[in-house]
Design a protein around this ligand. Structure first.
Ligand SMILES: *Cc1c(COP(=O)(O)O)cnc(C)c1O
Length: 421
């Protein structure tokens, strides 16, 4: 193997257009003094997004995907004490905003083929919550994990039958489709994220896809401190400061010119992994179901490694506590006393992560299911154990415009090297 990357190959990095169109829009914001959380770039970005999702929905650009989840819950009328059904296998931003509202998450497990919300478990959860509480959950949040579509047909059918609104968390599924229709346009609301590591970025930001102009108006009102129409500040509800900055939206407009290229590249990288990993025993790349309705964006490539496959350094896995956030995540992580928890990836997955890092490749565990998180102890959950099983054997691999064919070949070679024959 002669090829060695110059820099660490990260999971997914922000990637600007070759032509620097982002900077042109950002400069325009400065030149016209629209350095505020509204303005021509915000409007233009919303229009671009509207066209991107098919032209029939309305868009509100926001400061984060997490803010979009929060406002969608408010848009569904979620109140303190209400229950909201959410996919357990996800990033914490799908469920945390439920608790911001004093409402309670009810976690639903995943199906094997998509790793997303299992429709049978969803219906079981709805029935059981009605039986136990006498009330229907206020909303259902399926998540397009790593960009994979959930079974929109079944989930929407169940949600419609019980008349419960759906908030699609398509933060990772930007541009993924089901039956030719863009994710985020099936439910009452669709969440998008433009964080630095997502399919496209505004440095940080998000958007809420709304079904109609009335919902858009409500969301916009809550996103801008909920002011009533008086010459002074008059409030009849508690609002938020969640609007997207016109500077960030400029980056977004530039990114929209390369969004299709990004998605095509992610799919290309996935196809290459599928081809090259096909003959690696015990390692299984996660693919979309062999069903023409599914069209994943493959935001990250994910795989599993069988428990009986031995990886170099496995005996040293989890011997030391982690000192910095894995993957260089932003912010601060709280120091811990123990290197282990009662629910963690297998030793060979941790050994693979460490081995890959030593070869300048970022690999990461998959999301830890929310019903296994200490912060959600006691929350009701409905599962067959699928997501917990995947959490033990799953890992994420780099994808995105910065990942070259040579990188993918190198990554697969390093996986082969890590495995003890
Ligand atoms: C990234 C993400 C969000 C929201 O993200 P922000 O970082 O707040 O933009 C929500 N849900 C999922 C599943 C995500 O991956």
């Amino acid at each position: 193997m002669s090829y060695v990357p110059e820099k660490t190959i990260y999971l997914c990095l922000a990637h600007m257009s070759e032509a620097g169109i982002e900077q042109k829009y950002v400069k325009e914001a400065f030149d016209t003094n629209w350095v505020v959380p509204l303005g021509p770039n915000v409007n233009g970005f919303e229009e671009d997004l509207k066209q991107f999702v098919g032209g029939k929905n309305e868009i509100v650009a926001l400061s984060a995907g997490t803010a979009a989840v929060h406002l969608a819950l408010i848009g569904c009328g979620v109140q303190p004490g209400d229950e909201v059904i959410v996919q357990s296998f996800t990033f914490c931003a799908s469920s945390h905003p439920i608790t911001y509202l004093g409402a309670k998450p009810v976690f639903v497990g995943s199906e094997k083929d998509t790793w997303n919300m299992d429709p049978a478990l969803l219906e079981q959860a709805i029935k059981d919550r009605i039986a136990k509480t006498g009330r229907k959950p206020k909303a259902i949040i399926p998540v397009a994990l790593y960009g994979m579509p959930y079974d929109c047909d079944k989930i929407m059918e169940i949600a419609n039958r019980y008349e419960i609104p759906v908030i699609e968390d398509a933060a990772e599924g930007f541009g993924s489709k089901f039956n030719g229709k863009v994710l985020g346009t099936f439910g009452k609301f669709g969440v998008l994220s433009f964080n630095g590591n997502k399919m496209i970025t505004t440095s940080g930001g998000g958007a809420l896809i709304c079904e109609n102009a009335e919902d858009k108006n409500t969301i916009m009102w809550y996103a801008t401190q909920a002011r009533d129409a008086y010459p002074y500040y008059q409030h009849t509800a508690v609002g938020y400061n969640y609007r997207m900055s016109n500077v960030c939206a400029g980056i977004g407009r530039g990114q929209m010119t390369v969004a299709d290229d990004h998605i095509a590249h992610h799919k290309h990288v996935q196809a290459l992994y599928e081809e090259l990993l096909a003959d690696v025993k015990g390692v299984h790349i996660h693919k979309q179901p062999n069903d023409s309705r599914y069209d994943a964006n493959y935001w990250l490539c994910t795989a599993t490694i069988d428990a009986d496959i031995k990886v170099q350094g496995q005996e040293n896995a989890y011997k030391e506590t982690v000192k910095t956030a894995v993957g260089g995540a932003a912010g601060v992580i709280k120091a811990v006393d123990s290197a282990v928890t009662d629910c963690q990836p297998n030793d060979n997955v941790e050994a693979l992560r460490m081995f890959m890092l030593s070869k300048k490749i970022e690999a990461r565990p998959v999301w830890k299911p929310m019903h296994k998180q200490p912060v959600y102890q006691g929350a009701p959950f409905y599962t067959n154990g699928v997501e917990e099983e995947i959490f033990k054997v799953g890992f994420c691999l780099p994808a995105g415009p910065y990942v070259t064919d040579n990188d993918v070949k190198y990554i697969v070679d390093m996986i082969k090297e890590a495995i003890v024959k």
